[in-house]
Design a protein around this ligand. Structure first.
Ligand code: NAD
Length: 355
C-alpha cells in the first residue's frame, strides 16, 4: 500500500513501515527507545513488533493498565517518572504500541517530557488505525470529562500493520467501525455505501477501507491541523457521543461503553438534529439510523440520563462563547459546522433514538 503523506510525517504500511522504522532507529538519531504498551498490547502485540524491529538502540518497555479510566494525568505522572528513572533524555523516542488510549496518552507524555521528545504511533486497534493515531491530537481526560487536557503535535511517523487486528475482539472491531462510518458520512457518500452490506466484506476489502479511512482523515487534517474550520467535521457524532461516553464513565450503575459505541449513538442523534433542521432528508436519516443500529446494540436512556448528558455538553471542546456547537450533516457526505441546537430538539433526538 502506498505511503500516505501528512503535513509533517508519513503513514507507512506493513513491510514498508518496518523498513522505514529501521531507517529511523539508528544510534545517531536516538539515544534510547521507550515502547509504551498496555497489559493487552504487551501480550498480543509487543512480540510481533520486537520480531520486526531492527535496531541496535537500547529498548525499555513501559507497561500501563488497559482502559479509558487510566487515560489521565495520574498515569502521565507515572510514565514521566518511569522515563526519568530509566534515563530518558531529549534524544529518546517513545513508540506508542496500542489503541487510542496509548497513543493519546503516550503522545501527550512525549510532547511534554523535557518540553517534547519524538514519538511514533503503531496503532493496534481498528479505531486507532483509522483515527486516533492520525492527526496529531494528544491528550488525556480530566476526571470523566473526555480529552480536556492536551496538545496538537504530530508524530514522527505512523506505522500501520493490520496483522495486529487478529487478536482484537469483535466488540472492539465494531467500535473502530464507528469512526469509519463517520468518515463516509462527513466526506464521501461512495465510501459510506460500502457499509451497507458488511457481511460481504473480505479481509482485503477491510484493508482497503482502512486505507481509505486514513486518507479521508488525513486530507481533512492537512487542510486544518489546528481545527479552526473543516477539521471540526471529524467531531460529527462526538458532541453528544462524548457526553454519553463521559456520563457512562462516571456513572457506576451503567455498563461501560466503548468510544465507538458512544459515537455510533451520537451520530444517530446528530443525524436526527440535521434532519429536523432541514439539512438531511427523512430517507437519508432512516438509512443512517438503520445501518448504525444494525451494527451496534441500542443504548438505553431514561429521562434523567438524557438531562444529565445534556448538562455535560457545556464541557465540549468545540463550545464558543458558552454555546454548544454541533457539526451537522448537510446530506450524506457533506457537513455544516458551528450549528446550534436547543435542548428541546436534543431531547427529541434521544426520544426518537429509543423507538
Ligand atoms: P483502547 O486503547 O482502550 O483499546 C481498546 C482495548 O483493546 C484495550 O483493552 C486494549 O488493551 C486492547 N487492545 C489493543 N490492541 C489490541 C490487540 N491488537 N489485540 C487485543 N487487544 C488489544 O481504545 P481504542 O478504542 O483504541 O481508542 C479509544 C481512545 O481513542 C479514546 O480515548 C478516544 O478518546 C481516543 N481517540 C482519539 C482520537 C485522536 O484524534 N487523538 C480520535 C479518536 C479516538
Amino acid at each position: 500500500m502506498q505511503t500516505i503523506q501528512a503535513t509533517n510525517y508519513s503513514v507507512f504500511f506493513n513491510e514498508t513501515g518496518y523498513e522505514k522504522l529501521a531507517s529511523y532507529l539508528v544510534p545517531t538519531h536516538y539515544s534510547k527507545i521507550f515502547i509504551l504498551v498496555d497489559e493487552n498490547t504487551s501480550q498480543y502485540c509487543l512480540p510481533h513488533l520486537l520480531n520486526n524491529l531492527a535496531t541496535e538502540i537500547e529498548i525499555e518497555i513501559i507497561e500501563l493498565e488497559a482502559g479509558e479510566s487510566h487515560k489521565n494525568i495520574g498515569t502521565c505522572t507515572e510514565v514521566w517518572a518511569a522515563l526519568s528513572e530509566l534515563g530518558a533524555d531529549r534524544k529518546s523516542l517513545i513508540i506508542n504500541l496500542g489503541g487510542g488510549v496509548i497513543s493519546d496518552l503516550g503522545g501527550f507524555v512525549a510532547c511534554t517530557f523535557k518540553r517534547g521528545i519524538d514519538f511514533i504511533n503503531i496503532p493496534t486497534t481498528l479505531l486507532s488505525m483509522v483515527d486516533a493515531s492520525i492527526g496529531g491530537k494528544n491528550g488525556v481526560d480530566l476526571g470523566n470529562l473526555k480529552n480536556q487536557i492536551g496538545i496538537i503535535r504530530e508524530p514522527k511517523a505512523v506505522i500501520i500493520d493490520t496483522e495486529f487486528l487478529s487478536t482484537l475482539s469483535q466488540r472492539e472491531m465494531r467500535s473502530g467501525l464507528a469512526e469509519m462510518l463517520k468518515h463516509g458520512l462527513i466526506f464521501d457518500k461512495n465510501y459510506w455505501d460500502n457499509f451497507k452490506n458488511l457481511n460481504d466484506l473480505s479481509t482485503d476489502d477491510l484493508n482497503e477501507l482502512i486505507y481509505q479511512s486514513i486518507q479521508i482523515k488525513n486530507t481533512i487534517v492537512c487542510e486544518d491541523l489546528t481545527e479552526n474550520g473543516i477539521r471540526k467535521a471529524l467531531n460529527f457524532g462526538h458532541t453528544l457521543g462524548h457526553g454519553i461516553e463521559s456520563y457512562f464513565l462516571e456513572n457506576e450503575n451503567k455498563t461501560s461503553l466503548l468510544h465507538g459505541e458512544a459515537i455510533a449513538a451520537g451520530m444517530i442523534l446528530e443525524s436526527y438534529i440535521s434532519k429536523e433542521k432541514g439539512l438531511l432528508s427523512n430517507e437519508e436519516y432512516h438509512e443512517i439510523k438503520y445501518i448504525i443500529n444494525d451494527i451496534f446494540e441500542r443504548i438505553e436512556f431514561d429521562e434523567i440520563d438524557i438531562n444529565q448528558i445534556i448538562e455535560l455538553l457545556i464541557y465540549d471542546k468545540k463550545n464558543e462563547f458558552g454555546k454548544v456547537q454541533f457539526v451537522l450533516l448537510d446530506g450524506i457526505g457533506k457537513i455544516k459546522i458551528n450549528q446550534e441546537a436547543d435542548n428541546e430538539l436534543i431531547f427529541k433526538a434521544f426520544e426518537d433514538y429509543t423507538v
